[in-house]
Design a protein around this ligand. Structure first.
Ligand SMILES: *Cc1c(COP(=O)(O)O)cnc(C)c1O
Length: 452
């Protein structure tokens, strides 16, 4: 009998997260203070984050225990399932074995609550009752609103205006969980008012929404800020994905040759691959291939310069060493998916620089085509973000068909696309276009990088 699904039982769910900072062959370049240009300390971050998260951000302890209260909420949907994509393999006529770890069964439909729940917990524990954040496509805002409901926190979400208008259902999800969602740029902050004065029709960007959420959190004692990707502690919380995958693959005596995932800020994919990259660093799996897939319209890892940049438009956040399209980046409105952040998790950038992982960019028409093939074979209608990883997975499986190799491919499936049907509709109607990010803009970004 063929087996299609592999899942740990609840008792086998990992009870610690894995911290890659303990095992990096060279230390991560530190974040710098935006004013002084010196490495930041815990006190610099205290207006924004609870101390427990600041410690995790800087910790080099290899395993960090998941609090019982967080485990109990994880168990609403975790452990998640590892699937064998038999039907997709057959449709592609490939000798490759394709597995995918599916994070779409969480209440908000993606991997994001893995960190949202942990962040809400630590804030609550330190007496904070209110959190601001930003959201692009609305996935993060809904995950944090869900987490706020779990712990009784007030959540205020600045949502990139173009998505606020194009994706009303994510907003209604946030409201159902008790979150308060407003379009960014907004009149509630200086950063928002400045942008509205310059351009009243500004469609917004993640970088700008971050400026608004950070500004409000810094200005109020009862309020902290929360970020859904990029930072070390976010990637740490997401390692539950990779730890579960490794454990269940051990049980069936499998190990991937290739791991593929989509990257916006990098959290879902790092969460999957970090426990595996450890084996590569330690020389046990020197040939393991790890492919970060990003949109060709926001080619941070494949074309951006590597240097220190701000995490937001207004320059309020610490400077992080990363590949970046410049903090002034406004994504092209023709792009239907998420994955539109100008920077990338410093951990992923560092691993790319060290040659431990690689990156690839995909055009959106090809990603939707892949997503439709996946839906017609595996059934799941995937988030447009995830479709980028599916495109690369199908291409790797087709390469195996040509070479006759039976490689084991592990796909990180970050979420379902049920709230993104407008993007699929636009694709079927022929309204989506491919967009190549112009070279002048890359050069502009390089000029805009702060001097450190
Ligand atoms: C937010 C999101 C992403 C991109 O964020 P990462 O931090 O790069 O993981 C990818 N897929 C889905 C479904 C998302 O909601």
């Amino acid at each position: 009998m063929k087996r299609f699904k592999f899942v740990l039982n609840e008792k086998e769910m990992p009870t610690s997260w894995y911290n890659i900072l303990a095992d990096l062959p060279e230390p991560l370049p530190p974040p710098l203070h935006p004013g002084t240009g010196k490495p930041i300390g815990p006190d610099d971050l205290a207006p924004l984050f609870p101390m427990a998260l600041i410690k995790q951000e800087m910790s080099t302890e290899r395993y960090i225990e998941i609090p019982e209260e967080v485990q109990d909420i994880y168990r609403i949907w975790r452990p998640t399932t590892l699937h064998r994509a038999w039907r997709l393999e057959k449709a592609l006529d490939t000798p490759a074995k394709i597995y995918y770890k599916y994070e779409g069964t969480s209440p908000p439909g993606s991997h994001k609550p893995n960190t949202a729940v942990a962040q809400a917990y630590y804030n609550k524990k330190e007496g904070i009752n209110r959190i601001t954040t930003e959201t692009g496509a609305g996935q993060w805002g809904s995950a944090l609103s869900f987490a706020g409901a779990c712990f009784g926190l007030e959540i205020k979400v600045y949502m990139v205006k173009i998505s606020y208008m194009q994706k009303p259902y994510r907003r209604v999800m946030m409201e159902t969980w008790g979150g308060n969602c407003i379009p960014s740029p907004s009149p509630d902050t200086q950063a928002g008012r400045d942008m509205l004065a310059k351009d009243p029709d500004c469609p917004g960007s993640l970088g700008l929404a971050i400026s608004e959420a950070v500004e409000e959190a810094v200005g109020r004692d009862d309020t902290h800020y929360s970020l859904g990707s990029v930072l070390n502690h976010v990637l740490l919380h997401q390692t539950i994905i990779g730890l579960e995958t490794k454990k269940v693959m051990e049980q069936i005596d499998e190990y991937p040759d290739i791991i593929i995932g989509c990257v916006g800020g990098g959290s879902n994919f790092a969460g999957l691959f970090l426990p595996f990259v450890k084996d590569k660093i330690e020389g046990r799996k020197p040939d393991l291939k790890i492919i970060n897939v990003e949109p060709a319209s926001c080619p941070t890892l494949t074309r951006g310069p590597y240097g220190y940049d701000y995490g937001d438009v207004a320059g309020l956040t610490p400077l992080m060493k990363m590949f970046t399209l410049g903090h002034g980046f406004i994504p092209p409105p023709v792009h239907a998916g998420g994955l539109r952040y100008h920077g990338m998790a410093p951990i992923i950038c560092h691993l790319l620089k060290l040659g431990l992982v690689e990156a690839r960019a995909e055009h959106q028409l090809g990603t939707f085509e892949a997503g439709v093939t996946f839906a017609r074979n595996e059934g799941i209608i995937s988030a447009p973000e995830t479709n980028h990883a599916i495109r690369a997975t199908i291409d790797e499986a087709l390469k195996c068909k040509e070479s006759g190799e039976s490689k084991t491919i592990l796909l990180g499936h970050s979420g379902h696309g049920h709230v993104d049907m407008a993007a699929y509709e636009a694709y079927f109607a022929g309204k989506l276009k491919d967009y190549n990010y112009p070279q002048e803009k890359i050069e502009e970004a390089l000029k805009d990088l702060p001097k450190v």
